[in-house]
Write a protein that binds this ligand. Sequence first.
Ligand code: GLA
Length: 732
Amino acid sequence: MKKILLAIAAFLMLSAGLGAQEVLCTRNTGIVLDATPGRVPKIDYYGVRPEEADLASLRSPWSNSAEAYPTHNASSENLEALAVRMPDGNLSADLRVVSVHREGWDGGEILTISCRDPKYPLEVDIKYKSYYGQDVIGTWTEIRWNGTRKSKVVLTRFDSGCLPIRRGDVWVSSFGGSWAGEMSLFCQPLGPGVRTVFNKDGIRNSQTSHAEVMISLDGKPQELSGRVIGAALCYPGNFELRFETGDSRYESVHRFYAGIDPSNSNYSLAAGETFVTPELVYSWSDEGLSGVSRNFHSWGRKYRLAHGGKVNDILLNSWEGVYFDINEEGMHRMMKDIADMGGELFVMDDGWFGGKYPRKDDHSSLGDWVVDRNKLPGGVGGLVEEARRDGIKFGIWIEPEMANTKSELYEAHPDWIINAPGRDIVQGRGGTQVVLDLSNPAVQDYVFGVFDGIMTANPDIAYIKWDANMSVPSQGSQYLGNQEHLYIEYHRGLAKVLDRIRAKYPDVAIQACASGGGRVNWGILPWFDEFWTSDNTDALQRVYIQWGTSYFFPAEAMAAHIGASPNHTTGREIPLKFRIDVAMSARLGMELQPSAMTQEERDKCRKAIGEYKEIRDIVQLGDLYRIVSPYDGKGLATMLYASPTKDRAVYFWYRTEYFHANTVPAARMAGLDPSRNYRVRELDREGRPLSFEGKLFSGRFLMENGLDIPSANTAPGPHRDFASHVLYLQAE
Ligand code: GLA
């Protein structure tokens, strides 16, 4: 009924000479567009779901409206979302609305605004897709060239979308970092000029900057209050996000653009061809940054992650325990150890393969995916069988997009690697690593074959860690004619391979790893169950890395492993309890040599793994409330996961630095039901019980007043530093 009324209203407006309004709503949000035939399409509004009275008033010319997909014609003083070179050299494009189409899908609706250039055979469908229950709106474009045979239009910029954001005290939270220091948070107010966030690695598109940003509309970003828009470009390759703010005070909006990075990557669109840009998704919430995170987590679990909504296994990975020193006896021992501590899966990392060139270190063998029988006489099959006997699952590491120049694969197919014509080969990790050219269908078959070969020989393998440790170097395809297409065709090729793998192996769990957290992006995750968050397992730095990562990615997918002390990356010594407590706040695992642990340490881990199993569904599938940020410099980080019905919750409290006689604020919670009572029990407890252990408190008290936690570590041992507590709250 409501829809019919809206349609009638739109018709009446049109006949009265007003703009044709299109509205797409989610449960709590809405976007309003002007899609009047013959005019440039505009976004009039995005934010809290408008009421009918608002809609009647919210129509062009509306003060804050801006082009939905700016081109270099209508808006020559602004940046473009679409830039072209027409066959005759004309650099302008003019998009006018031709028609509007709406269709339903299971989770909401898709709105298509079809536009065309009045002078050239260029057509663009601008798409908006509502994910109703998650308060997420996706947008992308489909660009078509209907020119004469053999004619081509060159796309020199082809963003997925553009969103106007009302000016005011707007702040942007973005993420950057490096190997072993991924997803650090940076917050800045948005001022005049252009602010760019980009990644040009070619493969590890989240190792440095990330394709996700939070835009806080009410001043400095707050976790639990204020209006925030989150945006994520779902693309695994090079990207560019741009914020444009004019100098003029009369300009009422910032413009946010996001898309594939076009540098060295112009796209020549042939007659009859359609270029589909990757989906850019937005979410709006008035419950602060955490509110947007919860929307992205539930959207990701429901629509993006492979097997989203299922809890992931507790595992031991061999990497930091033995590095390349793989042997059968050692693997057997590690499997027994993790089984004994209550784990569910063992993953054999790098170092298990190589024929003519056995993999001893990172200088050789990538590409030669045959088991090294000197190290593993019983083969992979023997290990899978041993894991079965231990009552756990088995997983294995591969890096199938890569080769070493010291490999049988490279000797047979030097033409399969990416290398600019006439240039020396750029070799990466170990001085001999190269990237295979996935634009080449023969390479696609080979990469599929690596996965397929391992799984066919060992159908009981339950988990694959898929790594990628190099950028696309000295750009050049030995297969493609048009070198500008390599970045795009690489990712199309990768998508084809992963589609084939998922069609044949829908159930196997796959972890996305790329030198640690280099593939944490919603464009790649649909084929994966989880990601390796960072090669840095230092629990203190992990508090920061996991905090940033949780802005857009759910704990279900965030692998967090207990590492050794001193830590292999930072050299820092951290008590086991703190290391456990940090790993428990995401998908718990271990990354060390259990045989180097004392019996007491193993017992602690066994107990913690048992307790994690009690709370795993809340952590991995619950609603996250980040409360005190480690980035705020208070020496503290706290957060809470609540079950969807708020009958159970887990609260994490980490002291990130300790100064004597410095008090910390009371441990206030969030996300609980104020009208229910919760009994508090500490998990992974060491030392004497806290004063509130086993007591009952109302949700209101826990949120308004909080509990008193001593500001120093009270556990036995030398450390006052690194206090941490995990509190389990159960409603009665
Ligand atoms: C990358 C990964 C690590 C490990 C090594 C193996 O660095 O991030 O976790 O798998 O490769 O070589």
